[in-house]
Design a protein around this ligand. Structure first.
Ligand code: GLN
Length: 399
């Protein structure tokens, strides 16, 4: 059937969907499957989730926790989230009024934007950005204002932003800034000084902060994660988004949450309820159990990823990539100019088909594809064997 979107001249598709494409990250996973490539594209672990957490989920199903949880989240999980935010960030949260459990942090983000934005509102987003924020803005009617994170010039340096450029992005239409720290795709961990600068702008322009903190526990080189909500003046104007996916290696479970002041939570809960009713009930119980994992679980998680990072980077460097060393999260952005390809998409296609490694083309993290045309992103949340196999295949590239 041709042209299904028009019948007798009537246009059936929403204008909104014309403004964005399918996710390139998810597409690269399908390409990896198609070509039998090692998947260093989409950020999900290829190793087992912790046994205790899986048992908690099995136990919940066996105990018949199989019907809807409370729409904004099972009490046990909300209590666990509030307790952990107290422990980790020193923030007191009311689990009855300030938490919405969603189907992954992905849904927490879009529900938040739908709850907050009117057509014409502006959202400040650092670029390169996790690709979902683009379509999220379109769907919520907001206009993104991008502010560049500049790649480090020297080896081992940090991604930085220009204070003046950030200030210029704020105005009287600005509703919120989306902040992702530790950052995907750059691995940047925002410092206290940077967060304070952003905070000052939020206060001056009366703007909210929506923070995606899904990589909170994946930190290297002694960096510390600081939640925006813990900064003076931000308690009432921050939505903190997090979830189980990355911390507990269960990306397919789809359990995430948004923590926000009561009024904002009320609006998020309404959107969330009508979008999805609720996140999977037995997996929320497992989430409550996961959040009581002993302290050393988190240090072992970070150390495991540090070892993987330090295994992949030298392999990429000797294959000809220039690597931007991440301080957090589990991706490494690379510069591919040494290979002399027209652009990142052509290079990523070559890599998945001929070399057998799937990556994410850099352009998917920028509004203007040209800005990412000489970058690709590798995910290293993979088994040592997977990274070794990728290293072997990189040899082909060298040849
Ligand atoms: N955050 C992951 C990435 O950037 C993927 C998340 C997803 O595909 N939903 O690869």
């Amino acid at each position: 059937m041709a042209e299904v979107h028009t019948v007798a001249g009537k246009h059936f598709l929403s204008d909104k969907v014309e403004h964005f494409t399918e996710s390139v990250i998810r597409e690269m996973t399908r390409q990896a499957m198609l070509y039998g490539a090692v998947n260093l594209a989409q950020g999900f672990p290829d190793f087992p989730a912790p046994a205790e957490i899986k048992q908690a989920a099995q136990k919940a199903i066996a105990a018949d926790v199989n019907q809807y949880a409370i729409t904004w989240g099972a009490k046990s999980l909300r209590n666990a989230i509030a307790r952990q935010m107290g422990l980790w960030q020193g923030i007191e949260i009311d689990p009855e009024k300030e938490i919405t459990v969603c189907c992954g942090s992905t849904e927490a983000m879009i529900s938040t934007l739908l709850a907050l934005c009117n057509a014409g509102d502006e959202i400040v987003i650092f670029e390169p950005f996790y690709e979902n924020y683009g379509p999220d803005s379109v769907l919520s009617g907001a206009r993104p204002r991008f502010v560049k994170l500049h790649a480090p010039k020297e080896d081992g340096g940090e991604w930085t932003f220009d204070e003046k450029e950030l200030r210029r992005a704020f105005g009287n239409r600005t509703k919120a800034i989306i902040l992702n720290t530790p950052n995907n795709p750059t691995g940047k961990v925002f410092t206290r000084a940077e967060l304070e600068l952003i905070r000052d702008l939020c206060l001056e322009f009366d703007v909210l902060a929506i923070t995606d903190e899904i990589y909170e526990h994946i930190l290297y080189d002694g960096t510390k994660h600081i939640s925006m909500v813990s900064l003076d003046g931000m308690r009432d104007r921050t939505v903190t988004i997090n979830g189980m996916s990355k911390t507990y290696s269960v990306t397919g479970w789809r359990v995430g949450w948004a923590v926000a002041p009561e009024k904002i939570t009320g609006a998020i809960r309404k959107v969330h309820d009508f979008l999805t009713v609720g996140a999977p009930a037995p997996l929320q119980e497992a989430g409550a159990a996961a959040l009581t994992m002993p302290e050393d679980y988190y240090s072992r998680l970070a150390e495991g990823y540090r070892v993987r990072r330090d295994r992949l980077i030298p392999a990429l460097t000797s294959a000809g990539f220039k690597c931007f060393r991440p301080r957090g999260a589990y991706y490494v952005m690379t510069d591919i100019s040494a290979f002399g390809f027209k652009d990142d998409v052509e290079f990523a296609k070559y890599l998945v088909r001929e070399v057998g490694i799937a990556t994410v083309p850099g352009s998917s993290f920028y509004r203007d594809p040209h800005d990412g045309a000489q970058q690709v992103r590798f995910a290293f949340c993979k088994k040592p064997e997977t990274l070794d196999e990728a290293t072997r295949r990189l040899g082909k590239l060298r040849g």
